[in-house]
Design a protein. Structure first.
Length: 85
């Protein structure tokens, strides 16, 4: 992980973008008043988003299992749908 001030990033943007994409680095751009930003590759960003979505989904499944275990489930009959011929 690299931490670089705003002026340095502005003067060397290509270099730090290459670090993020080619070397899988996370670049923190430090700014005044702690309004920092992060530069990372799209691939790394997509992995983070997918991991967060998976975590949310697994938490939802855990809540459902806990509800069933505590007797808060409902039983329903299956509805059969006829296939179009």
């Amino acid at each position: 992980m690299l931490a670089v001030n705003y002026s340095t990033i502005r003067n060397n943007l290509k270099t730090y973008c290459d670090e993020a994409t080619e070397n899988n680095e996370t670049v923190i751009v430090t700014r005044k008043d702690e309004k920092n930003v992060v530069i990372l590759s799209l691939e790394k960003y997509n992995r983070m988003i997918k991991a967060a979505q998976n975590e949310e989904y697994l938490a939802m499944l855990d809540r459902g299992i806990a509800q069933l275990s505590s007797g808060n489930g409902q039983q329903h009959e299956l509805i059969e749908v006829e296939e179009d011929e």
